[in-house]
Design a protein around this ligand. Structure first.
Ligand SMILES: [Zn+2]
Length: 84
């Protein structure tokens, strides 16, 4: 399972480990894997998360959408026909 959307979004406060550019890191998911990429130098790295990093399926929360992100991305994969 991937943590991020396939849509690239900026990771606020992240610093590129290669060129040390601030706020230049985008995160995205490809084929169930999570990557981070620097838009300045093209650095790409696969990210690994602990299995429990993903929220339990029993509780739908919108708190994972951070309002202070540089680029707000609308999450369109809302569950359908599901009681809150
Ligand atoms: Zn970089």
């Amino acid at each position: 399972m991937s943590t991020y959307s396939t849509i690239k979004r900026f990771l606020a406060g992240a610093v590129c480990p290669r060129c040390e550019a601030a706020d230049a890191i985008v995160v995205y998911s490809r084929e169930e894997r999570d990557f981070r990429e620097c838009v300045e130098c093209g650095f790409v790295d696969e990210m690994h998360f602990a299995p429990q990093a993903r929220e339990p399926d029993t509780r739908i929360s919108d708190q994972t959408i951070k309002a202070d992100d540089e680029q707000v991305v609308k999450i369109v994969s809302l569950p359908s026909g599901r009681p809150r």
